[in-house]
Design a protein around this ligand. Structure first.
Ligand code: S3P
Length: 169
């Protein structure tokens, strides 16, 4: 059974994914990294030259592959939840966790996180807040929510996920 991480940009999916991968000694798949490998260029470049629709197609294609693995930690891009088919595929052999940060956590990380994220770069705080609110219903469809505050460490978050997973056995 895979452990799938979803959540808004900069919610900490990659860091928590690495933490879980170390704690459980399981492989980590980061779908954004797979996209960059497959395309041989950065996410900024893909968005800039071919647009979001094209990016979403590649994202779904790498999710098809990721969903076929077993006992893997899968960290997804923040928009993967927008396509219900992505979630359906991942759920077939996975439990889907949503990292659910207070908006203030995202606002604090924006400056640093913006450079590599086309949907965060050059956006106003209000625009990001709007996207954050618009995405909420999609994140609410995940199996479990893990609330993230400014004080949550990646280890705390990973431990919460592990407790849930252990309770499922
Ligand atoms: C996106 C999130 C990014 C990346 C792309 C689009 C989004 O991943 O997939 O820039 O739509 O939320 P992270 O959530 O890892 O930043």
């Amino acid at each position: 059974m895979n452990i799938v991480l979803t959540g808004f940009m900069a919610s900490g999916k990659s860091t928590v994914g690495r933490q879980l991968s170390e704690l459980l000694n399981r492989d980590l798949i980061d779908t954004d990294e797979l996209i960059v490998e497959r395309e041989g260029r950065s996410i900024n470049d893909i968005f800039g030259k071919d647009g979001e629709e094209y990016f979403r197609r590649v994202e779904s294609a790498v999710i098809v592959d990721a969903a076929k693995t077993d006992n893997t930690i899968i960290s997804t891009g923040g928009g993967a939840v927008l396509n219900p088919k992505n979630m359906e595929m991942l759920r077939e052999n996975g439990v889907i966790f949503n990292l659910d940060p207070d908006f203030s956590v995202i606002a604090c990380r924006m400056e640093h996180a913006g450079a590599v994220r086309p949907l965060m770069r050059d956006q106003s705080l209000e625009d990001i807040r709007k996207r954050f609110d618009d995405r909420k219903p999609f994140y609410d469809n995940c199996d479990y929510k893990i609330h993230i505050t400014a004080d949550s460490s990646p280890r705390d978050t990973a431990d919460k996920i592990l407790n849930i997973i252990n309770g499922l056995k």
